[in-house]
Each structure stands twice: as structure tokens, then as C-alpha cells.
Design a protein around this ligand. Structure first.
Ligand code: PA5
Length: 426
């Protein structure tokens, strides 16, 4: 399902990986499996795919069926880990230009403070039946709270209070917080973000699964893919543990002064997956003056902008390239009407051209001393994306441990919040 390709890494790193994890890698592994770790840190995501989720899946499907029966659009309100996972998988699984007529469309809000965004969303919703799904573990985050106020007003104006409450779905802390209280007081449908699963590790819970079920995707397959990733990790010998190797590779580059990780994909549909990846790693590792800065690039688009820098600029980075082995669609290079010098490509397909561009880029960058790690995923599907997201969460936890930080907190995010609240209260 997923393969790490080491061919374009420096030879000494390849040798290191063949020898198996060093003491830091072993320590990180032991830490992850040590029951004491789960007692002290929010590690609920680690065993999550192995648990029995039948009841949760049934509840999610019932809520999704209700939303699908009466809504053209579900507005998913949330920010950070409460939004990026669903958005990433939704985009990765949805064709770039086609929003299926049969399925309820997902639209996201509450991840910015833009009045233009809300006003234009209001316009967009004018002729469409809609429901709201508010996702906030704490219930106190300002961006989604303000979007919720605005959009709930629209919902009440459109349908009246009783129906508006039926069209409202909450995903929040199982016990406390404003949204949980609201759910209790008004009998609103509510799902939980487990106490021991932090926002950016929550894509495989209702946080990701409810929106994706509404959009018509098979959520059992997402969980099955994640369970496979967990089982593969358990079964593999230490030298073959892909997530551990990825963590070790990242740390190797970090120690070499390659402080930026360029996360590269070649499909426009994966743009938001890269955003999810950036949030997962940046929020987990960027602390105590440490960490790799994750940056995302979409090729070949960015080869014509940042590509110059990657090839010849300040060499502070390495590339992690996501390669999808089998694309579901392909297209013949179109017949030319004019002499554009490209007739030699007739009879070839766009995927052939893309693959050659992929290889040519990797080779050029490696020749320019930019190491490339290729992460090859078999295909883009619910199953493979469940596998991939779990793989990244595992790798991120191990990588944070090797770096010597707590990969599950985000104390730095509070700084802007407290300044903003002070200013807002003045
Ligand atoms: O990963 C995290 O914990 C954060 O990105 C949160 O998901 C984000 O800040 C939103 O928090 P909340 O769900 O409490 O609104």
C-alpha cells in the first residue's frame, strides 16, 4: 500500500537505514508502546483503528443519511485539526471540477476571520438547502465560534429555530465545553472528539468521518486502511518500519542543517493533504526553538516559480515526494492543430508525460544536491488515505520524540490568542 523509496537519499543515509534504527529510534519505539506514555499523553489515536467502531459508524451513517436527505450543502465549521483532515480527504477523493449531483457538497467555514468569506458563503447558500456541522474540541476557538454565530443566524432565518436545531450537528469534547453544554440543553446531535485524541490526530474520528460520510465516502474503508497501517507497523521488523524510517530520515536531515522539508505532490487534488501534513508536523514539532519547517509544493505548477530556488537556491531543505503509483484516470495527448513541435508526444498519455516530468525533476534535484525521499502510495482511495494519514501520524509522533519535544501540545498557539483577546476586550 505504501512504500518508502530510498534510491534518491544520500548513500550514507541509505546505509544507516539498512542497519536498522539507532538508539534514539529504538527509544522512540519503546516510548510509543509503553503504557505509561498513554497514561501521560493523548495517545488515543494510536490504537484507535484497532478498536471496534461499529456503533460509532452506525451513528455517523444515521446522521449522514439525515443530512443527505435534506441538504445540498453541509457547512463544516472548524479550524486547524478540526477542519484540515476532512478537507484534505474530501479534496483528495473528489474530482477537481466535478461536485457530484447525488452527493451533499461539503463547504468549509470557521477557518478564517474574513467577512468577505462569510458574506460570499451566504450568497452561495441562498438557493441551497444546508445543514451545519460545528467541530471544536475546546468549544472556545474564536474563528469557528464567530462563523457558527453567523451561519446559525442564517439557518434560523431560513428554517425557524426548531428545524435549525435539527440541522445542527456538533463534534466536541465528550464532557465539557460550550458546545457540549449546548448539545445537552437543546438535544442537538453531538459526536465526541475523544479526550485522549488531539485535534491534528483526529481525522479518523467523527471529526473526519462525519463530513466524509455526508459527502458519500465509505468511512469503514478509511478505518480499515488505518488499521492495516497499524498492523503493518506492528508486524514489520524494526528495519522495515516505514513510519520509524521516515522519522529517522527527517531527523538525519535536521541534524545536517536541512531545516526545511519540502512536501511535494503532483496532483492538484492533494493540495489540502499537504496543508494537513504541514499542520500535523509544524504544530507537533515546532517548539523549544527546534523542528523542521514543513513547506508544501505542487508540481509541476511550482516548478515554474519555486523550482528555481529548489534547484539552485540556499540549500536548507530536502524533499519528501508523494507519488501515486496508479492513477484512476488518464488521457491521450490531444491531436495538434498547429505545428507546436510536440507531435512526437501524440500516441502518448498525459500520465506518461507526468511520470517523465516526475522522474526528470527528481533526477535534476538530486543532481543539484537536494535529497529526495519518495513516499509511494498505491492509489488514491478511502482505504489508501486511511493508511496514509495513520502512517503520517505515527511518523510524526516518533519524529517528535526523536527530536525531543512533546508532539501532542501546541503552547505557542496560545500567544496570538491571548494578545488577540486582550485587544478585542479593550
Ligand atoms: O491540533 C490541534 O490541537 C489544533 O490545531 C486544534 O485542532 C485547533 O486549534 C482547533 O481547536 P478546537 O477544536 O478546540 O477548536
Amino acid at each position: 500500500m505504501l512504500n518508502l523509496k530510498f534510491d534518491y537519499l544520500p548513500s550514507n543515509l541509505q546505509e544507516k537505514l539498512q542497519q536498522g534504527p539507532d538508539s534514539q529510534g529504538i527509544e522512540a519505539l519503546e516510548w510509543l508502546f509503553d503504557p505509561k506514555t498513554a497514561k501521560n499523553l493523548p495517545l488515543g489515536w494510536f490504537d484507535w483503528p484497532l478498536k471496534d467502531h461499529k456503533a460509532l459508524i452506525e451513528d455517523i451513517k444515521a446522521a449522514a443519511a439525515q443530512i443527505r436527505s435534506n441538504s445540498k450543502v453541509l457547512v463544516v465549521i472548524g479550524i486547524g485539526g478540526s477542519y484540515l483532515g476532512a478537507k484534505a480527504l474530501y479534496d483528495a477523493l473528489t474530482p477537481s471540477f466535478k461536485k457530484s449531483e447525488e452527493n451533499t457538497e461539503l463547504v468549509f467555514a470557521g477557518h478564517n476571520l474574513s467577512s468577505e468569506y462569510l458574506l460570499s458563503l451566504n450568497q452561495y447558500l441562498q438557493d441551497k438547502d444546508f445543514s451545519l456541522c460545528v467541530i471544536s474540541k475546546s468549544g472556545t476557538t474564536l474563528e469557528p465560534a464567530l462563523a457558527f454565530r453567523y451561519l446559525f443566524n442564517l439557518l434560523v432565518q431560513r428554517y425557524g429555530m426548531t428545524v435549525a436545531l435539527e440541522r445542527l450537528f456538533l463534534i466536541t469534547d465528550p464532557e465539557k465545553g460550550v458546545l457540549r453544554e449546548l448539545a445537552g440543553q437543546n438535544e442537538i446531535s453531538a459526536f465526541s472528539v475523544p479526550v485522549d485524541i488531539g485535534g491534528r490526530y483526529s481525522v479518523l474520528t467523527a471529526v473526519g468521518l462525519l463530513p466524509l460520510a455526508v459527502a458519500g465516502f465509505q468511512i469503514e474503508k478509511i478505518l480499515k486502511g488505518a488499521a492495516q497501517a497499524r498492523n503493518d507497523f506492528d508486524r514489520a521488523e524494526n528495519t522495515a518500519k516505514a513510519a520509524l524510517n521516515y522519522a529517522i530520515i527527517r531527523h538525519y536531515f535536521y541534524q545536517q542543517g536541512k531545516v526545511v522539508e519540502l512536501f511535494v505532490s503532483h496532483q492538484p487534488r492533494l493540495k489540502m493533504l499537504a496543508e494537513w501534513f504541514k499542520q500535523l508536523f509544524a504544530e507537533s514539532e515546532g517548539k523549544e526553538g527546534k523542528g523542521l519547517l514543513p513547506v508544501s509544493l505542487l508540481y509541476s505548477t511550482d516548478l515554474h516559480s519555486l523550482g528555481q530556488f529548489v534547484q539552485e537556491g540556499n540549500p536548507i531543505f530536502f524533499e519528501t515526494v508523494l507519488d501515486i503509483k496508479t492513477e484512476k484516470t488518464d488521457l491521450n495527448v490531444a491531436t495538434g492543430f498547429f505545428d507546436d513541435g510536440l507531435s512526437y508526444l501524440e500516441g502518448k498519455t498525459m500520465n506518461f508525460v507526468q511520470n517523465q516530468a516526475f522522474l526528470g525533476t527528481v533526477q535534476a534535484h538530486v543532481e543539484g544536491n537536494v535529497a529526495n525521499l519518495i513516499i509511494q502510495l498505491d492509489e488514491l482511495s478511502e482505504y489508501s488515505l486511511g493508511y496514509l494519514t495513520y502512517f503520517f501520524m505515527l511518523a510524526c509522533a516518533l519524529s517528535g520524540k526523536i527530536l525531543g519535544v512533546n508532539p501532542f501540545d501546541q503552547p505557542g498557539v496560545e500567544a496570538y490568542k491571548s494578545n488577540m483577546y486582550k485587544l478585542l476586550k479593550n
